[in-house]
Design a protein around this ligand. Sequence first.
Ligand SMILES: C[S@@+](CC[C@H](N)C(=O)[O-])C[C@H]1O[C@@H](n2cnc3c(N)ncnc32)[C@H](O)[C@@H]1O
Length: 258
Amino acid sequence: MPTWDPEIYQRYARYRDRPALDLLLQVPHDLEPREIWDLGCGTGEQAALLAARHPLARVHGLDSSPDMLAQARKRVAAVDWIEGDIAAFAPEVPPDLIFTNAALQWLGGHQALIPHLAASLAPDGVFACQMPMAYESAHHAILRETAEQGPWAGLTRQARRINPTPPTEAYYDWLAPTCDAIDIWSTTYLHALAGEDPVVEWMRGTALRPYLDALAGDAQLEPFLAAFRARIAQAFPPRADGVTLFPFSRLFILARRR
Ligand SMILES: C[S@@+](CC[C@H](N)C(=O)[O-])C[C@H]1O[C@@H](n2cnc3c(N)ncnc32)[C@H](O)[C@@H]1O
C-alpha cells in the first residue's frame, strides 16, 4: 500500500474536485440516504460535501491511508472516518449511497469487487463511482516505461500495480444483475497547469507515490526522477504562454440497486 502525500494532493484540488462534483451532480435528487459511504475518501472533501448535502444521513469515510485520514479528521467532525481496506468492505448497515471518487483504480479484481459493492447496497441505493482511466493515459505509460527500463527496474516492480481499465461494457454487465438505471460515461479534461514540471508534481501526489516509496533511501531515486522528468517534459511541452496542457480521461459509473 503506498503512502500518500496530502499536501501535494491538495495543490491540485481544483482539478481533482471537478470530476467528483460532476459525479455528485448525477446522484439522483430523489435519493434521501441515511447511510452514506465514501470509499477511498482521501482528505475528505467529498464526504464533507455529502454530510452537508444530507444532514440527516450517517456519513462514513473509509480510507487505508492514516495520513489522508488525519487531514480528513481536521476537516469535519460530522463524518465517521475509518481506516480500512475497500477490498474488505462489509458495512453493518446496507448503504443508501456508495460514493467512490478516484479510488477503485487502485484495487484489482473489479469483476468481483463491483458486484460485491452493488450487492451491499440497500434496495434503491445508489452506486456512484469515478475512476481515472490511468493505465491508458500517456503519463502513466511514460511512468511504466521509465520504471521498466532503468537500473531501478527491480526495485520498482512492486510499484507497477495499476491495471488496465476493464472494457466499459464489463461494468454494465457486472452491475446489471442487481441494478437498474446504469449510466456509464467518460470525459477527458484538458487541465491547464502552471509552474515547473507540473505533470510530475501532479503525479507526486498519487501515481508516483508507490515508486517514490519503493526507491526511498536508494541512490536510484534521483536518477529515476530525472529520467521521468525528462520524458514527461518531452511529451507535455509548455505552450507559448507557459501553460502545460494535461489531458486526463475519467470513467463515471452510476447505478441504482433494485
Ligand atoms: C486519488 S485518492 C482519492 C481521494 C478522494 N476520494 C478524492 O477524490 O479526493 C485515492 C485514495 O484511495 C485510497 N485507497 C487506495 N486504495 C485503497 C484501499 N484498498 N482501501 C481504502 N482506501 C484506498 C488512498 O489512500 C487515497 O486516499
